[in-house]
Design a protein around this ligand. Structure first.
Ligand code: ACO
Length: 370
């Protein structure tokens, strides 16, 4: 280490334990398994609210009834851009591209506003649904103004049929649960970009790039294949022990912040229990979960490893009929609410985020002769 680095404050890999800001948007209480949006518990928001209300709550701090949200139409330029992507393109790349084109067309200026946040959050489901069709050689579907809410609109624009009320409600509940989660990597990315006084679309494009990484974007599709491989509850114990003996991780368990049961997993489990058509899969998931939690506790007595949000995300997204390769981008649709709320909050701080770094390279020296 150089003398300069030795004299500087200590470095914390991954910024673990470093307080990088203040927020009044959400409290993530990992010790007690609590998640509050503007003070309201996630379970109450899921049971009594809609995603439209939650978005307004995150953006403005106010809880209001009668809030409506309608999907935005697809601009021609975005359709042209999506049409030029290879059909095997990762859905996160397609969504990121669509928002980049949309942002260029909108000419958004700093600081971000609630109106901009609304427009972007209502455009994203249209963009992802369009990609879900364009890649299959199908034409995108115009939003149906009679359909209330972005979740129903997304399912309709993806498949071309109006979803049943239960599926729309289940996806809306998922959007609420996934809307916001403090200073995670993608939200922090969005805040860094906003701190330079760049525009909201640029911040969200960066956030999608951060969310795409497998350490952040989550593992619900892998939960599906894990349960598929296990097949029946009587095979769970042997399968799990063999996987852990090979040094693998159980998908849908463990979290950087939560030491208690992830409150989002609890909320989504309730949603999944209320859905029709998920009963067999859910029964297997619940029984495998019991075995997994027991084995993880035996193997890690000092490190609580509980169920995380991804475990029951898989149940809900599978129940509403989404293809697993759209799961991460569907998560991004919900997280637009939190990202854009943080951008608005960051603009209020209006201070460039620019941390220090320890230089650990060569000391000053002269170039070799010649
Ligand atoms: N299965 C088995 N063992 C695990 C798991 C798991 N899911 N998670 C952590 N561990 C073990 C580790 O092997 C490690 O053991 P060791 O101390 O004997 O080496 C110990 O628990 C601590 O692990 P860390 O890597 O320090 O835990 P960290 O908090 O950094 O990891 C993470 C969190 C990445 C989510 C991890 O728990 C994991 O990989 N889980 C599986 C993937 C998953 O479900 N991801 C979705 C997370 S939620 C989200 O992203 C929205």
């Amino acid at each position: 280490m150089t003398d300069l680095a030795a004299a500087a404050p200590p470095y914390s890999p991954g910024l673990a334990g470093v307080v990088a800001g203040e927020t009044s948007i959400a409290l993530v209480d990992g010790e007690h398994g609590r998640l509050l949006y503007r003070g309201y518990p996630i379970q109450q928001l899921v049971e009594r609210g809609t995603f439209a209300q939650v978005c307004e709550l995150l953006w403005t701090g106010a809880w209001s009834s009668g809030v409506a949200q309608a999907a935005a139409p697809l601009p021609d330029g975005v359709l042209t851009a999506l049409g030029q992507l290879p059909t095997g393109t990762n859905a996160m790349d397609a969504l990121r591209t669509a928002i980049s084109v949309w942002g260029a067309q909108q000419g958004l200026t700093w600081p971000p506003t609630v109106e901009q946040a609304r427009a972007l959050t209502c455009f994203a489901p249209t963009a992802l649904a369009a990609w879900g069709r364009v890649r299959r050689g199908l034409r995108p579907i115009e939003p149906d103004p009679a359909l209330p809410g972005l979740a129903a609109a997304f399912l309709h624009q993806l498949e071309g049929v109006r979803p049943d009320a239960a599926s729309a409600r289940a996806l809306d509940a998922y959007f609420i649960v996934a809307a916001e989660h403090g200073f995670n990597a993608s939200t922090f990315t969005a805040r860094v970009i906003t701190s330079t006084r760049s525009d909201l679309a640029s911040a969200v494009v960066g956030a999608i790039g951060a969310l795409k990484g497998p350490l952040h974007g989550g593992a619900p599709a892998e939960v599906v294949s894990q349960l598929h491989e296990i097949g029946s509850p009587d095979r769970a114990e042997a399968w799990i022990n063999a996987a852990l003996d090979r040094g693998e991780r159980l998908m849908g368990f463990g979290h950087r912040v939560y030491r208690a049961y992830d409150p989002r997993a609890a909320a989504l489990r309730k949603v999944a229990e209320g859905m029709s058509g998920t009963a067999d899969w859910l029964r297997l998931a619940v029984q495998v979960e019991d075995v997994a939690l027991r084995i993880l506790a035996e193997r890690h007595p000092d490190r609580p490893l509980k169920t995380n949000v991804e475990y029951y995300t898989a149940a809900v997204l599978q129940g509403v009929g989404l293809p697993p390769d759209l799961y991460p981008a569907t998560f991004a649709l919900a997280r637009h609410a939190g990202w854009t709320a943080h951008c608005i909050e960051q603009a209020g701080v209006d201070r460039l985020i620019r941390p220090d770094v320890h230089y650990v390279g060569e000391p000053e020296r002269d170039l070799p002769a010649g």
